[in-house]
Design a protein around this ligand. Sequence first.
Ligand code: UP6
Length: 272
Amino acid sequence: SAQTRSYASRAEKANPILKKLFGLMEEKKTNLCVSVDYTDPSKILDIIDKVGPKVCMVKTHIDIISFSSVDAIRSFTASLTALSQKHNFLIFEDRKFADIGSTVQHQYRGGVYNIVEWAHITNAHSFPGPGIVTGLGEVMLKEAKEPRGLLLLAEMSSAGNLSTEGAYRAKTLQMARDHKDIVCGFIAMGNQIVTESGDDSDDFIFMTPGVNLADKGDAHGQQYQSPEFVIGEKKSDIIIVGRGIIKAEDPVAVAEKYRAAGWEAYEKRTVA
Ligand code: UP6
């Protein structure tokens, strides 16, 4: 499961969204994605402006934010986009789509959130089968004005999750391999889901939630690992950190700690 190539070298033959991502990771020296799970929109924008220089990606749950109106949603996503340009990071809406292709198309482009318009990356469960990938892919490829990327959830960080049952992970991987123009990577605990059955792991990006330096877990089954373990040992590419940063007394200083730890683990494993 050696992942010894640099992000920069993987950028060379990557699709547009991964090219941009690997490039800015190398440039900013960060493999940190912050999960800004506050419910107050101004608090979210405030912390993003402060930690923006330290992260390659900002992860949102747009449907947990307390908006006072649809206009407030528009103005929030416009500000978020402006911050992503100011600090050069990608926006990842952690929507975890999980329905038939036709329904997720509406959820992705419509409703009040219009996710495809502002999120560079979103994700989906593989549970419904390949139709969820082609449904979202059609919107991404035909309607989006800029390159978009989809991550499939191959594994989860929570105790008792069903990804270890039967062929779930292998079938998720097959869906991704069949649609490399749409699926750019995985939410997974490491790169093993790909390396155990092939050598195309460089074609995908691996992002891992459940990262925390201070806690072991929470009251509802969340399980935490260290940046060193996730990047160095499990060969994931990006650490996703929520409460470890956003509940800290000094989120900016703590974000720097996670950035440095993640980057050091990456440099140690990288040969070229
Ligand atoms: N997340 C997980 N585990 C998964 C998939 N997604 O924790 O398997 C998401 C959560 C949350 C973030 O929805 O937004 O990653 C983790 O937050 P935390 O660091 O505060 O636990």
